[in-house]
Design a protein around this ligand. Structure first.
Ligand code: 0RA
Length: 648
């Protein structure tokens, strides 16, 4: 029998029902205060729409019903997510009397009523439900293959525009959601390929059973993410630019948690010859940037187990502390918790206290056994920790030196710094400028009431490849630390920094990009809170000046240059009276031009440095700055990932 009845809450011939009004009110709340549901209405929130739909498909995969997920960024600005899971149920819901599909798509938090797996995400921004995506889309079409047929329903801003229709027979199952974000809600509706790719890659590492395909029909590119090796592959990926010291060690198990439900723990760790600690952690597929009990349990388990091994085997020549065991450590910790409690400023810190002990005992037991069975690997780890301890002791001495020196010099700011008049950090800006000549122009151009300029000369030390001792000895870095005034490394305190904005200003060429990257590395490793607080920026000098008679225009890209020339022509300006100049460097601009295009808060564009994806950030710094040269080239071609556009 062909089903043609109308089974919608809103779509009814007899008008609105109580139920339909309740539904509309729910989605209206999402539209009225979208940030409450998806975090913000900028790029982050926009991309969250995709992740929200994909998370549902991942849940199907985790439950064992879905193997392939395909995400398409369409040329018309829409996005679709298709999976081969069970499909959203389409039958009439016994209590509500309408199609379950419509309930799932149009009811806020319907997830709770259709609980699928015990390890769903709660809290944070995830798990708000596909109905939020629906509410925030100018158009959404869902197609379901289930019960031997294919079904479809369309919505606009969360309101059904059609009934749930049966389109025909089908012998597969799955769900396809196509949506176009509502431009009246979002500041931008342009999806960014790299951003989507980063999250999907991460999900593929965390869920080795699934294959995720990403296609960008705007650009004609496609990637497939599938990692049979799961976390082992993830750790290798993070370490791509480094030389491994040990094999990847896998620790895995489950244990009853406080709620009675099992806590699943999966850890992969590896030591490299580098110095950085890279520990990424996840709870139910969500990155826990602020760590939490799972990370604490891992750290204490690691320290305890390695210390016990060193003692038992008479290897501990000096007292080893936790930090010593984390130098050159790359690890991914992934746990599944039935009722995760997310805490912290960004709700990315796991609070469940039972998880700490569970992870710690698992590490004690399994890493302990691994070390007994692999004494050569164990010895390498202990020897590395001993070297780290020596460096730590040396660094403490030189840090004290720096501290004493900067205490002496705190009244005496670096001579090269042209400071601003204001002492209110909230309004002060510090420009770090490549080269003395550009520095000179910037000093003339600036508004000295609130803008300070520090010219930097020569290459900045690559802090990714240097131990802390050497970093602290570096003259240029010392100047930067003193000028900013918030300290350094562990003792860095962003609230003491003398400037609200730190702005990196370098040429738009290869050298400039190298210097920018070196500076980014410095901030990422030793003053990261400035990035977390959104206080690090990259200046955007223009690439071209277009003059026509008495008017000057500036273009920041080739497209923009062409558009300006085109506009002038269409206004009737003759081609011979238009001149286009390419700026080769900051030094080529006179102070007025530099002010107008790059420094004046009224007219400039700044890129804000953000850390959207911790996995990518840590890996990319290593690729750019680590031992191996090859992967670097490729990245530089694909350009910066940390910056988002921000007009200020
Ligand atoms: C509710 C219940 C079930 C599955 C789903 C929703 C579901 C939602 C989405 C969203 C994208 N893909 C999806 N796949 C499934 C359980 C179905 C059952 O018990 O058969």
């Amino acid at each position: 029998m062909e089903q043609r009845e109308v089974v919608s809450a809103v779509w009814r011939a007899d008008g609105y029902t109580e139920e339909s009004i309740r539904v509309l009110e729910g989605l209206e709340a999402v539209r009225r205060r979208p940030a409450m549901y998806i975090g913000d209405v900028g790029e982050r929130g926009l991309h969250h729409l995709i992740y929200e739909v994909v998370d549902n498909s991942i849940d199907e995969a985790v439950a064992g019903f879905c193997r392939t997920i395909t995400v398409v960024l369409h040329a018309d600005g829409g996005c679709s997510v298709e999976d081969d899971g069970r499909g959203i149920p389409v039958g009439i819901h016994p209590e509500k009397g309408i199609s379950t599909l419509e309930l799932v798509m149009c009811t806020l938090h319907a997830g709770g009523k259709f609980e699928k797996g015990a390890y769903k995400v709660s809290g944070g921004l995830h798990g708000v439900g596909v109905s939020c995506v629906n509410a925030l889309s100018e158009f959404l079409r869902v197609r379901v293959w289930r019960d031997g047929a294919v079904w479809e329903q369309e919505y606009s801003r969360g309101i059904p525009q059609t009934p749930v229709r049966r389109l025909g027979e089908a012998n597969r199952t799955g769900t396809l959601v196509y949506f176009r974000p509502d431009p009246t809600i979002f500041k931008t509706t342009a999806f960014r390929y790299e951003r989507v790719a980063d999250r999907l890659r991460e999900l593929a590492f965390l869920n080795p059973e699934v294959t995720i395909r990403l296609r960008d029909e705007r650009e004609g590119i496609e990637e497939v993410f599938h990692y049979e090796g799961g976390l082992r592959d993830f750790v290798r990926y993070l370490d791509e630019g480094d030389t491994p010291l040990t094999p990847v060690i896998l620790l895995s198990g489950r244990s009853a948690g406080e709620s009675g439900a099992d806590v699943y723990v999966d850890i992969a760790l590896e030591y490299t010859t580098g110095y950085e600690e890279r520990v990424l952690s996840y709870v139910n597929n969500i990155n826990t940037a602020e760590g939490g009990t799972h990370v604490t349990g891992f750290r204490s388990g690691l320290t305890r187990t390695l210390n016990a091994y060193a003692q038992a085997n008479n290897l501990a020549k000096v007292q080893l502390i936790g930090d010593d065991f984390r130098e050159g450590l790359t690890a991914v910790i992934a746990v599944k918790v039935a009722e995760p409690q997310f805490e912290g400023q960004t709700k990315t810190k796991l609070g469940n206290s039972d998880v700490e002990g569970i992870v710690r005992s698992l590490v004690n037991e399994q890493l302990g056994r691994y070390l007994e069975e692999h004494p050569a690997v164990a010895r390498k780890i202990i020897e590395k920790a001993l070297l780290a301890a020596e460096a730590r002791i040396a660094a403490r001495k030189s840090r004290e030196l720096v501290r004493r020196k900067s205490a002496l010099e705190s009244a005496t700011l670096p001579g090269k710094l042209a400071d601003c008049a204001s002492r209110d950090p909230d309004e002060c800006e510090l420009f770090l400028v490549e080269g003395d000549s550009a520095g000179g122009s910037a000093k003339q151009a600036r508004d000295r009431r609130f803008q300070a300029v520090l010219p930097l000369k020569g290459k900045i030390l690559n802090v990714q490849k240097a131990r802390l001792v050497k970093v602290l000895e570096n003259e240029e870095i010392n100047t930067i630390i003193t000028a900013i005034g918030g300290g350094f490394d562990e003792s860095f305190d962003a609230s003491k920094a003398r400037y609200g904005k730190i702005i990196l200003m370098a040429d738009a060429d290869v050298d400039g990009s190298h210097i920018r990257t070196l500076l980014l590395t410095l901030f990422f490793r030793y003053m990261r809170d400035l990035i977390h607080e959104g206080r690090l920026y990259i200046a955007q000098p223009p690439l071209y000046r277009i003059s026509s008679g008495k008017r000057d225009f500036y273009a920041y890209s080739d497209q923009e240059r062409d558009a300006i020339v085109e506009r002038l022509r269409s206004e009737g300006v003759r081609p011979e009276s238009i001149t286009v100049t390419r700026f080769k460097g900051l030094g080529e601009m006179n102070p007025e031009q530099l002010w107008e295009t790059t420094m004046n808060p009224e007219t400039r564009t700044l890129l804000q440095v953000t850390l959207e994806n911790a996995a990518e950030a840590t890996r990319i710094f290593d690729m750019l700055m680590g031992d191996k040269v090859e992967p670097r080239r490729e990245f530089i071609e694909r350009n910066a990932l940390f910056v988002k556009n921000l007009d200020i």
